[in-house]
Design a protein around this ligand. Structure first.
Ligand code: SF4
Length: 389
């Protein structure tokens, strides 16, 4: 049976514009995503590849993709799972670009990491570019604070931002270990420069470490000197990068009020990437893994409203009919880029691998990898680390 044909797949991009749909110019005849034959094609290709392929599925992925994942989890767990499978020649990462980079950093040199659609980026990670961050570091140096400042980057950042932190005595954190990482950072310096998610940085510093909102300033890379005076930089304890998650940043405090009015007795469970005003109104705050564990341990009959990515909330609701689970916002809140990875793209990746073609490989250059690993290693060296994002 012919697995591929000369027809290219362009789901969102058009023509051969490399900027709109990078990396999908490989040949491949793919039916519409609704074609039931796709499931069979994915199953057959995966079976042919056997142990040579290991498919990672992030919690926010669509069910049509998750059904083929060998393991599911958050980004850091998945990267570690891949590293624990050195025999797998191909790691197909059903997630977004920075996650595939982390997997490439943590896996062996002979393992190849594939992102089924190179256009699956992360808007939050894209909000902090290396040149912008280096400019900001110069601004901090001019204000005389860089040497007292420890850069901390959330796992949800590009490899070169992790490498920047590695080169400058900094560290990576996840949403599970952000408190412990910040405590470590304040043992190394007087201030923290938190990238790229202002909300996780603020929520952790204020709610878990006891800083005041006034101790935090927001560095806006689009403003001269970040929009801050030297004195503001000198007075701040936490310098937050002006970045956010375009999914979690959308939840509003009004939605929490509305949910409480609509569902008496409901418990509100949100991710710390949500705005501070939302987190303040929630009953429970925690990482994706925390949200899953909380729901799995919940008493039957209890009512929950969850503020995280919609695919995950829908899956939790489906898997827990004994609970009343609803989504925090009325508007749709899928992660648009995560959803670029669909069954057609997965089929394309797997069928090309069967044919001996590696398409959409993610490779971090050796220098960046070395420095990024330093920042990751500082996190892993923290006692009791159970990093999850
Ligand atoms: S949910 Fe937010 S942080 Fe996660 S990949 Fe999507 S945009 Fe990035």
């Amino acid at each position: 049976m012919a697995i591929t044909s000369p027809l290219p797949l362009f789901v969102l991009g058009s023509g051969t514009d490399p900027d709109t749909e990078r990396g999908v110019e490989c040949p491949g005849e793919l039916p519409p995503a609704s074609d039931p034959g796709l499931v069979e094609r994915a199953r057959r290709a995966k079976e042919k590849l056997g142990d040579r392929v290991f498919i990672l599925g992030h919690h926010y992925q669509r069910d049509e993709v998750i059904q083929f994942a060998d393991v599911t989890g958050d980004s850091f767990k998945l990267a570690r799972d891949a590293a624990a499978r050195p025999g797998a020649e191909y790691i197909v990462f059903c997630g977004v670009h920075f996650m595939a980079e982390s997997a490439d950093i943590l896996t062996g040199p002979d393992q190849r990491v594939i992102l089924p659609d190179l256009a699956a980026g992360c808007s939050m990670a894209d909000m902090a570019r290396l040149a912008q961050v280096e400019d900001a570091w110069d601004v901090l140096a001019d204000a005389g604070v860089a040497e007292k400042t420890v850069p901390v980057t959330y796992m949800n950042s590009s490899a070169d931002i992790k490498a920047f932190c590695g080169r400058n005595g900094g560290v990576v954190c996840t949403s599970s270990n952000a408190k412990r990482v910040l405590e470590w950072a304040y043992q190394q310096g007087e201030k923290v420069f938190f990238l790229p998610d202002q909300h996780l940085g603020r929520n952790t510093a204020v709610l878990q470490l006891g800083y005041e909102l006034d101790d935090c300033v927001v560095y806006d890379p689009r403003q001269p000197n970040g929009g801050l005076t030297r004195q503001q930089l000198r007075d701040a304890k936490v310098i937050l990068w002006r970045g956010h998650c375009s999914v979690h940043g959308r939840f509003t405090p009004e939605a929490v009020d509305e949910a409480r009015a609509r569902i008496p007795g409901v418990q509100v469970l949100v991710h710390p990437e949500c705005q501070h005003e939302v987190v303040l109104k929630a009953d429970l705050i925690g990482s994706t893994e925390f949200i899953i564990q909380t729901i799995e341990a919940a008493e039957p009959g209890t009512k929950w409203v969850i503020g995280t990515e919609l695919n995950l909330v829908q899956r939790l609701a489906k898997n827990h009919p004994e609970l009343e689970i609803s989504f925090l916002e009325r508007i749709v809140c899928y992660c648009a880029t995560m959803n670029r990875i669909d069954l057609p793209h997965l089929v394309q990746s797997l069928e090309n691998l069967v044919e001996g073609r590696v398409v959409n490989q993610i490779e971090v250059d050796p220098d960046t990898e070395r420095s990024a690993k330093q920042a990751l290693q500082r996190m892993l060296d923290l006692p009791g680390d159970s990093a999850r994002d």
